[in-house]
Design a protein around this ligand. Structure first.
Ligand SMILES: Nc1nc2c(ncn2[C@@H]2O[C@H](COP(=O)(O)OP(=O)(O)O)[C@@H](O)[C@H]2O)c(=O)[nH]1
Ligand SMILES: [Mg+2]
Length: 197
């Protein structure tokens, strides 16, 4: 029964293991507002049985478990948020960038943020998981459309990192489509990220 649930349990084990073994793991979740970060955090907290604490900042969420820190920040538009997550750059272990695949009108804005992120030298070795969210919405873009629009075909290293030997590819990066609302797809993505930390 390889459902999202068993994927997730496996994922949870490995994240906790990594968190404890390496002392601290910091994962940053970025994306435009409305991409789905807070919803994902709520689910992760539920799965990790962490109590929900109301966030004081509408554009920022954070929670810790053992040595694991998960931070989510809205990017785009306001300079304050950009500064905030820049403060976290220096010791980030992994990045999750969430795109609302159903909101094509904001792809341009999302691409600008993703391009800026991928150019950032301080995190240029960090694995990047790109989640194309809201695939439960019929008009959502497909994985191939996301890869094309965001110019990712030349960057992705494949689900098994098979392309990492390519000298143009210096970091693990891949796209997973998901519906956070329907609890589909993101477990596999997070598992991929945990394997490439
Ligand atoms: N249809 C659909 N809606 C989603 C999904 N994930 C999040 N949403 C909705 O998108 C809106 C913004 O989500 P939120 O988590 O607050 O985004 P954030 O600004 O990135 O934190 C909310 O109304 C969510 O219910 C999804 O997978 N499918
Ligand atoms: Mg939010």
């Amino acid at each position: 029964m390889p459902s999202w649930f068993s994927w997730w349990n496996w994922m949870k084990d490995i994240m906790i293991f990594l968190g404890l073994a390496r002392k601290t793991i910091k994962i940053v979740f970025l994306g435009l507002d409305n991409a789905g970060k807070t919803t994902l955090f709520r689910m992760l907290k539920d799965n990790m049985m962490i109590q929900h604490t109301p966030t004081l900042h509408p554009d920022r969420d954070e929670f810790c478990l053992g040595g694991l820190t998960f931070l989510a920040v809205d990017v785009g538009g306001h300079e304050q948020a950009r500064r905030l997550w820049r403060d976290y750059y220096w010791d980030i272990d992994g990045i999750v960038f969430i795109i609302d695949a159903s909101d094509k009108e904001r792809f341009r804005e999302a691409k600008k943020e993703l391009d800026g992120l991928l150019r950032e030298q301080m995190t240029d070795k960090c694995p990047v998981l790109i989640l194309g969210n809201k695939i439960d919405i019929p008009t959502a873009a497909s994985e191939q459309q996301i890869k094309e629009y965001f110019n990712l075909n030349a960057l992705v290293t494949g689900k098994n990192n098979e392309d990492l030997n390519d000298k143009n590819k210096t970091r693990s990066i891949d796209v997973f489509m998901c519906s956070i609302l329907k609890k589909q797809g993101y477990g596999a993505g997070l598992r991929w990220l945990a394997e490439h930390l």
